[in-house]
Design a protein around this ligand. Structure first.
Ligand SMILES: [Cu+2]
Length: 475
């Protein structure tokens, strides 16, 4: 098996990067921000997940034809406790091959769900079992990594919540999945994907914005309640920026991991792929009030959800908001040259007429899958994999040479922002996805702890589908 030598290599390299004061296996540069290894507690949580065409009831009572995990949009929220092993028996009943990618989860490379790279595509009728023990508690999500601009748009996404070993005593936990649909006059999903318009702009933006699949999401709360709200942006291209309508809300986690301190939600652009966890307290005297949470990324402002306060007041749980135990400051590394520079641009050509490129190369999905099917280890244009050293600090530079948005996502690791357009930025949190605006350059620092070939791609799915993907080889 290919896994054994990789795992053995990981141990050797990590041992070499050991710091005197760090926990075993934890590189010094990471400062103990998150663990190198999972600590399985022996409990296995088994979930059955099936992808299939389905009909769901839309807000106005109409039926909508979708593709769904277990018949609902959003799909199921899989919930485990840190230390538990996730086992998902997945069956594909779609009319297309598919896979599941576990966005943000540091899984073994073979469980990452990238067809042609980490596994063969799962054909219609086939079953594949994903199994991993999450290393981090937090909010994650899962979705197909094959023809994702169509498969995710049709409704294939679900949430994975990894609870802390001892969850904080919030009165309630809420998941809000942010999305949009592009519906035609017949009320159905417009079946033209990767259109020239989508490709020339910031992907496919819908004409209906939804929270948990609804255009009228309402959360009923009691005065005094304290909630943890887990937000996930699963849209193909749309970016969200929250207006909380007067609610007392603080960001406590970004892309799964806790922030060093509570932060203002208004400061965040939630790009496709991003998650935000909010700590929300309803004032004890708010009975009868209605708060409207809005999206204010690009005008006009649009309502997302209503928080309606009613009933008898409850005692507000008093505890300090959860924060990251440790957060490395990498501001002394501003002048370190990037180990990898990824230039983002587009050119005419390719199967869609426009190809989005990284360092002038459009990723060839079919070639990658063909190469895997034929057992080829390398294939020109698909495995021009750039290397990142396992367990060591590296700087990555993204250079947006275009005028479109690109939320850049890296599989298998977390990174921390270092600079935007050369101006140092000290974000007190890690990310797995960062939004680049027109002509912007972003530097990030990372300490990869997982060996393997990992995707780096734009999370605007039409950009990714038309080529804006590449691989980094962590070893
Ligand atoms: Cu993009």
């Amino acid at each position: 098996m290919r896994l054994l030598p990789l795992a053995a290599l990981a141990l050797v390299v990590l041992a070499g990067a050991l710091s005197a004061g760090g926990a075993p296996g934890e590189p010094r540069a990471l400062g103990g921000a998150y663990p190198a290894r999972a600590r399985p507690n022996g409990t296995v949580r088994t979930f059955e997940v099936t992808a299939a065409p389905a009909e769901v009831a839309f807000t106005d009572g109409r039926r909508l034809h979708v593709w769904a995990y277990n018949g609902t949009v959003p799909g199921p929220t899989l919930r485990v406790r840190l230390g538990e092993t996730v086992r998902v028996r997945f069956t594909n009943h779609l009319p297309q091959p598919t896979t599941i990618h576990w966005h943000g989860v540091r899984v073994p490379n073979a469980m990452d769900g990238v067809p042609g790279v980490t596994q063969p595509a799962i054909q219609p009728g086939e079953t594949f079992t994903y199994e991993f023990t999450p290393k981090d508690a937090g909010t994650f999500w899962f979705h197909p990594h094959l023809r994702s601009s169509e498969q995710i748009e049709r409704g294939l996404f679900g949430v994975l919540v990894v609870e802390d070993p001892v969850p904080r005593p919030y009165a309630r936990e809420i998941v809000w999945v942010l999305d949009d649909w592009l519906l035609g006059r017949d009320g159905e999903i417009v079946p033209q994907f990767n259109t020239r318009h989508d490709l020339m702009h910031d992907g496919r933006w819908g004409n209906v914005i939804t929270v948990n699949g609804s255009t009228t999401e309402q959360l009923d709360v009691a005065p005094g309640e304290r909630l943890r709200v887990r937000l996930v942006n699963v849209a193909n291209g749309r970016v969200f920026q929250l207006g909380m309508g007067g609610l007392d809300a603080r960001v406590i986690a970004v892309d799964g991991l806790y922030t060093a301190r509570p932060l203002d939600p208004a400061a965040f652009e939630i790009a496709p792929g991003n998650r935000l966890d909010l700590d929300v307290t309803i004032p004890p005297d708010a009975g009868g009030r209605r708060y409207t949470v809005v999206n204010r990324f690009r005008s006009p402002e649009t309502p997302l959800a209503t928080v309606a306060v009613a009933g008898a007041p409850v005692a507000t749980p008093r505890f300090a908001p959860p924060t990251a135990a440790r957060m490395p400051a990498w501001d002394d590394r501003a002048a370190v040259p990037p180990r990898l520079t990824l230039r983002l641009n587009a050119r005419a050509g390719g199967p869609f007429g426009i190809a989005w490129t990284i360092n002038d190369v459009a990723f060839d999905h079919d070639a990658a899958m063909g190469a895997m099917a034929h057992g080829a280890a390398e294939h020109e244009g698909t495995t021009a994999a750039d290397r990142l050293p396992l367990g060591a600090w590296s700087k990555l530079r993204f250079v947006n040479e275009s005028y479109r948005l690109h939320p850049m996502h890296v599989h298998g690791l977390f990174f921390k922002l270092l600079a935007r357009d050369g101006v140092p930025v000290d974000e007190p949190f890690f990310r797995d996805t960062v939004l680049l605006h027109a002509q912007e350059t972003v530097d990030v620092g990372t300490v990869p702890l997982e060996a393997g070939r990992w995707m780096v791609h734009c999370h605007i799915l039409e950009h990714a589908e038309s080529g804006m993907m590449t691989l980094v080889d962590v070893r």
